[in-house]
Design a protein around this ligand. Structure first.
Ligand SMILES: [Zn+2]
Length: 95
């Protein structure tokens, strides 16, 4: 039996049909699935799994998102940019 999703129910690479994928909601940068500040714990886990063979690529990707989030959050709150390093990068650095 081919494992196909019913029409109109897209299967995403992250999360599949088992649950909603933990992806950021712009410009708030909260998780679409659990509402926590993104990257939430499940998002971090799935990123670590997805990039397990290429930690450098993960850090480059997260740095890009961190810049985007910094811009958008600063605009949204009309506050100076906050340091998002811990939220986006520190946890992903190799031990
Ligand atoms: Zn989440």
């Amino acid at each position: 039996m081919p494992d196909l999703a019913p029409a109109g129910e897209p299967v995403t690479a992250c999360g599949g049909r088992l649950g909603r994928p933990h992806l950021p909601m712009r410009p708030l940068w909260r998780c679409r699935a659990c509402g926590a500040e993104w990257p939430c714990q499940p998002a971090r886990l799935s990123l670590l799994v997805e990039y397990r063979d290429d930690r450098v690529a993960l850090l480059v990707y997260l740095a890009t998102l961190m810049n985007e989030a910094g811009d958008q959050l600063a605009q949204l709150t009309a506050q100076p940019r906050v340091d998002l390093t811990d939220r986006f990068l520190t946890w992903a650095r190799p031990r």
